[in-house]
Design a protein around this ligand. Structure first.
Ligand code: CTP
Ligand code: ZN
Length: 153
């Protein structure tokens, strides 16, 4: 007997697949999906995947993601794939891509950084390590580890 968990297909919307196990909740937070809202969302946490692994999956009916949302997801789920579904068919599918520079989507954790002052300076980070993820602020050189990044998304 096949022992796999099936999450219903969606009609129109977005499937975010191959999220690291346990990280779907962060993806929901990035997308501001919470107790309010009207879209149908299916979430699979620690769904069996491959021979020994597990993964998370998020399916959102009737929503397509903005570029900055995909960039944020790439920070916590660099191997995720995103499928755009229309009329039950996958019409587009791509892997998220961790950009070399991360501009304007997370806050620097240094409160004295110029990007946190009243000046209109958008934040900017270089990816100084991919695994584990470390971002370095272009302005104040503060290094941000995954935990700081999650708290400043
Ligand atoms: N999907 C969905 N609803 C649809 C079509 C697809 O929820 N109407 C989901 C599938 O369950 C899968 C993802 O979208 O999680 C990508 O679909 P597809 O490319 O058809 O699946 P696979 O070939 O199994 O993809 P992968 O190898 O990426 O798991
Ligand atoms: Zn800074």
């Amino acid at each position: 007997m096949e022992q796999t968990l099936k999450i219903s297909k969606i009609r129109e919307g977005t499937v975010i697949d191959h999220i690291p196990a346990g990280k779907a909740i962060k993806v929901l937070a990035i997308l501001k999906i919470d107790e309010k809202g009207s879209q149908t969302v299916s979430v699979g946490i620690r769904v069996p995947s491959g021979r020994i692994g597990s993964k998370d999956v998020v399916k959102i009916e009737g929503r397509y993601l903005e570029r900055f949302e995909v960039d944020k997801i790439s920070l916590i789920a660099p191997e995720a794939s995103i499928s755009i579904v229309k009329n039950y068919e996958v019409v587009e599918k791509f892997r998220v891509d961790l950009p070399e520079r991360v501009t304007g989507i997370i806050k620097c954790s240094n409160r004295n950084c110029i990007t946190n002052s009243k000046e209109p300076v958008p934040s900017e980070f270089y990816v100084s390590s991919k695994k584990p993820l470390v971002l370095r602020c272009y302005y104040c050189e503060r290094n941000m580890q995954e935990k700081d990044i999650l708290n400043n998304l």
